[in-house]
Design a binder for this molecule. Structure first.
Ligand code: ZN
Length: 217
């Protein structure tokens, strides 16, 4: 679809600051009666999908297709501990797999080529703003809309909870905050499920997010 080449605004892929957009000519959007369209791009969020090396860069993306593979960093300083791994597996198996996405753990991840593992989870605070407990960024954009591989970075110290993992995974498949949805909603609207910001610890997707995912993938 034709897309606006948006300015490289330095927002988040993420959960940090609210950005005001002045341009908007989006042909995307979903023609069905969901509560709100919070699948990127929306009328209010058109920043573009870029390959970046850390969470402070610009961009917002969908994942590249409905086969959603994921990996958890299993060694070194960004490794997820056992309890964190259980949380991520539960979110993927119990919250995302029931959608139209087909979710698979990739124990032999790919970090190059055209079929990289879609989401890599890390436990790290590197590059996170002081007010964010997690972030999502694309390190290999497939198009200006879709990303071949996204990183989810969540702080240590017990921040790998269901709600935040669901939230950042939502960003990785294209879900936005309420303020970027069309029509706009409060970031704390309960109907946004785990895409609420701030995010409740035990939140799941809820109907609106599921409808947006299934209409896209
Ligand atoms: Zn967020």
């Amino acid at each position: 679809m034709p897309r606006t080449s948006a300015k490289r605004l330095s927002l988040r892929a993420i959960c940090i600051s609210v950005v005001t957009f002045t341009t908007v000519a989006v042909t995307a959007g979903v023609a069905w009666a969901a509560y709100t369209d919070n699948m990127y791009p929306t009328q209010y969020l058109t920043v573009g999908c870029f390959s970046i090396s850390g969470p402070s860069g610009p961009g917002f993306c969908q994942t590249d297709n409905s086969d959603l593979t994921y990996y958890m960093d299993s060694g070194g300083s960004n490794m997820l501990e056992s309890g964190d791994r259980t949380v991520v597996h539960n979110v993927m198996n119990n919250i995302y797999e029931p959608t139209d996405l087909s979710v698979t753990y990739d124990s032999t991840p790919s970090f190059s080529g055209s079929a990289e593992t879609d989401i890599v989870y890390e436990e790290s605070a590197v590059g996170l703003s002081s007010t964010a407990d997690g972030a999502t960024f694309c390190n290999n954009a497939a198009t200006t809309l879709k990303c071949d591989q996204q990183y989810i970075r969540i702080r240590g110290g017990g921040h790998y909870r269901q709600g935040l993992t669901c939230h950042e995974t939502g960003h990785a498949v294209g879900l936005t905050h309420g303020q970027d949805a069309s029509p706009r909603k409060s970031n704390t609207d309960e109907k946004l499920g785990c895409m609420e910001k701030p995010t409740d610890a035990d939140e799941g997707l809820q109907a609106n997010n599921i409808e947006n995912i299934n209409a896209t993938y």
